[in-house]
Design a protein around this ligand. Structure first.
Ligand code: GDP
Length: 305
């Protein structure tokens, strides 16, 4: 039997907890708040990929609170740090796919190749299956034949239908047909892959805009979510990519893939603050079951536990 912990989100933070945040916890166990403590705290947050501007803001507001409340002990300060970290992640927190409305929800998945996009689609499909949804997949990355094949393997493994056209076909047409297929087959969740690489960034973004437009025209209100898959191990580079995607299509939330593979889980804070987007899910491994819903409180507990 495979052992599965009851808190996969916190398990996926093991490497982060054992490195930078573990060191922060160690630092804040010491007695007095000295200038060295501030310097080390700042350095550790930056090393954990929290990002320079987010770190400066965080440490600045912590310094202000420490001075205003006349806090002298580092362990007392740790509580304030946690509070601020949770607050930062909470700012954008929102329920994924609030489904009182439409009978069919269309979820568009965007992100660069290699970020874990295909695996994350499989995970999301599994997530919905376990909740009793009827899932359909759309192979909207027609740029790479291998992308369609890879998705077909997952679809078969999960027992879900996949709508795919020939390689090179118009991805807008794939999504259009997939919405019709979802309606006629009684599926209530359609998860559509999109290209993660084209000849130029401009082409890629134009393609995404077009898919978005076609989906909205075919089914008013669609896409109901546009999820950007971000590789947690790419750190600050991932942020730049995310901004580009966000400019092209209105990304509604994030899937932070490969969180288990990094010691720099601080990227979640940089992402939340700089992109002002909710993190819906994190990837905790390579299997379809390795998906965890994001929760600000649980995430921050997992950093220090
Ligand atoms: P794509 O090119 O963006 O579609 O990426 P893939 O889905 O093919 O994933 C690229 C690699 O990352 C594969 O080896 C996946 O098994 C791996 N991967 C994806 N998500 C996760 C995750 O959450 N944790 C770990 N450890 N590996 C992951």
């Amino acid at each position: 039997m495979v052992f599965r912990s009851t808190n996969p989100l916190q398990d996926s933070l093991t490497r982060t907890r054992q490195s930078f945040f573990g060191r922060i916890a160690g630092l804040l166990r010491q007695s007095d708040i000295t200038e060295r403590v501030w310097e080390e705290l700042e350095a550790l947050l930056i090393q954990a990929d929290v990002g320079a501007s987010t770190t400066i803001e965080l440490v600045g507001s912590l310094r202000e609170a420490v001075s205003r409340k006349r806090i002298q002990r580092a362990d007392v300060m740790q509580g304030h740090l946690r509070e601020r970290l949770v607050g930062m992640l909470r700012t954008n927190e929102r329920c994924y796919l609030d489904r009182d409305g439409p009978t069919l929800s269309v979820v568009l998945i965007v992100g660069v190749n290699g970020s874990g996009k295909t695996t994350s689609i499989a995970k999301l499909a599994r997530y919905h299956q376990l909740r009793g949804d009827r899932v359909l997949l759309a192979a909207g990355d027609t740029f790479r034949a291998a992308a369609v094949d890879q998705l077909a393997v997952w679809a078969e493994r999960l027992g879900v239908d996949l709508i795919a056209h020939q390689a090179g076909a118009d991805p807008g047409a794939v999504v259009f047909d997939a919405i019709s297929a979802a309606e006629s087959r009684g599926a209530n969740v359609l998860i559509a892959d999109t290209a993660g690489r084209l000849h130029t960034k401009h082409n890629l973004m134009q393609e995404l805009i077009k898919i978005h437009r076609v989906a909205a025209k075919r089914l008013p209100g669609a896409p109901h979510e546009v999820i950007l898959v971000l590789d947690a191990t790419t750190g600050q580079n991932g942020l730049a990519q995310a901004r580009t995607f966000n400019e092209a299509v209105d990304v509604t939330g994030l899937f932070l893939a490969k969180l288990d593979g990094t010691a720099k889980g601080g990227i979640a804070f940089a992402v939340a603050r700089e992109l002002a987007l909710p993190i819906f899910f994190v990837g905790t491994g390579e299997q379809p079951e390795d998906i965890a819903e994001f929760s600000a409180e649980s995430f921050v507990d997992g950093l220090f536990a």
